[in-house]
Design a binder for this molecule. Structure first.
Ligand code: GLU
Length: 408
């Protein structure tokens, strides 16, 4: 009864690992939850209060998203990107994952995915019957493709339309793309559509965050939302910013929205107005400083002659590569690590790497961010002793992983 493409799919590896971790914990096993990536911080109080104040909102809202929310987002984004976005440029969805899926459904062409890429882009391509081209990247280029590497794929068939997924700061590598201009030149040359997944952009650790939309505004769709910077993954609220030049695409996306999720939960949309209108600079700065110091702690304590990785530059993740030969797949290695140490990780093969590369994704978010944040609001000194105090599982899990690698 089932379609073949669906039968061949397995549950999304991020959510699957979250559930495996829950199950093992409920059986009493101590799990270091380095598999799933969600914000360790609470939603800011003013935003939570707005959700409470709007619990009574019970009407369906407009299919593109509540006008007041789109106005707030367009102001916030115009300021962030030095652009002049209008509410019409915004489309609100129940998380960006759903919007990305609808984008893949309407797109007539092939998908370009840098390896590594987030776990759901490729399965969504499969479901939308789009062909995926993986572009191998190198750690020297921060695990992003060069213009030349992208061009090489396109030259195999210039007649097709292409949609490139670019995600910076990156999930899983934790790196920032430094060659956006070069990529934009190739994109312009071949009329490539770009989905710029900027869900971690508020959490860049340095002042160097740039969006490809600055170089290629006409064909870049920015994808972002509340999940990461506002600690609201479970609220499921994301949006696209779609430029005027892609108006036709925007209208089709709106139709697909109306035929699938209708409109996003009303109370959540009303609450999100506060997220985008009130000033959350302090909350974001504190989140960023804490994530940076925790990420660097893991990096400094894990890196060895057996474990290679790039220093984190933003977001929640590190991408260690184990220089060992014992396992035939990264999945097997992750299973062994989970069994022997309780550290949950995701295999690099879920992100587009070949199964033989012993690469994993490590999410350094298994700590109570709120306690940590409350403390540094009063004492702004951030050092390793605070990590031991506020992120003990990060310290313990990192140590277990290191010992595991040394035991081989
Ligand atoms: N983005 C998060 C992750 O990569 C989880 C959200 C999801 O996969 O839907 O772990």
């Amino acid at each position: 009864m089932l379609k073949k493409i669906v039968k061949n799919l397995k549950p999304s590896s991020t959510l699957r690992m979250n559930e495996i971790s829950n199950k093992l914990e409920s059986k009493g096993k101590k799990i270091y939850r380095f598999g799933f990536g969600q914000s360790p911080f609470q939603v800011p109080d003013d935003v939570v209060n707005e959700l409470k104040n709007n619990a009574h909102q019970n009407k369906y809202l407009s299919m593109q998203g509540l006008n007041e929310l789109r106005t707030a987002i367009s102001k916030y984004s115009s300021n962030k990107y030095s652009q002049n976005y209008k509410p019409e440029n915004i489309i609100v969805g129940p998380g960006t994952k759903e919007l990305m899926f609808l984008l893949q459904l309407l797109f007539d062409g092939d998908i370009l995915l840098p390896a590594p890429s987030w776990v759901s882009y490729a399965p969504q391509a499969l479901l939308s019957r789009n062909r995926t081209h993986w572009i191998v990247t190198k750690s020297e280029n921060n695990w992003f493709p060069t213009g030349e590497e992208i061009e090489k794929v396109i030259l195999k068939n210039r007649k097709k339309n292409y949609l490139l997924f670019l995600n910076s700061p990156n999930n899983p590598s934790g790196q920032i793309c430094n060659n956006l201009k070069e990529i934009s030149i190739i994109a312009k040359k071949y009329n490539i559509l770009i989905l710029s997944d900027e869900i971690y952009s508020e959490l860049s650790f340095y002042e160097n965050f740039q969006s490809i939309s600055q170089f290629y505004p006409e064909k870049t769709i920015i994808s972002t939302g509340l999940s990461k910077w506002c600690g609201a993954g479970g609220w499921r609220l994301g949006h696209f910013i779609i430029p005027e030049a892609l108006k036709e695409l925007r209208d089709s996306l709106k139709i697909l929205a109306s035929e699938t999720f209708s409109s996003v939960s009303a109370p959540i949309q009303y609450a999100a107005i506060a997220a985008y209108s009130n000033n959350h600079d302090e909350y974001i700065n504190n989140s960023r400083s804490i994530l940076k110091v925790v990420g660097e702690y893991v990096y400094n304590n894990l890196k060895s002659n057996k474990i290679n990785m790039n220093k984190p530059q933003g977001g929640f993740y590190l991408m260690p590569e184990f220089l060992i030969k014992k396992f035939s797949t990264s999945q097997d290695m992750c299973s062994d690590i989970l069994e022997k140490t309780g550290v949950a990780l995701l295999p690099g093969s879920d992100f587009g790497f070949s199964i033989e590369r012993m690469i994993v994704r490590l999410s350094f978010t298994d700590f109570n961010g709120q306690e940590f944040m409350d403390y540094i609001k009063k004492n702004n000194k951030l050092d390793t002793s605070l990590i031991v105090k506020f992120a003990p599982k990060i310290v313990e899990g990192t140590n277990k992983l290191k010992l595991w690698s040394e035991s081989l």
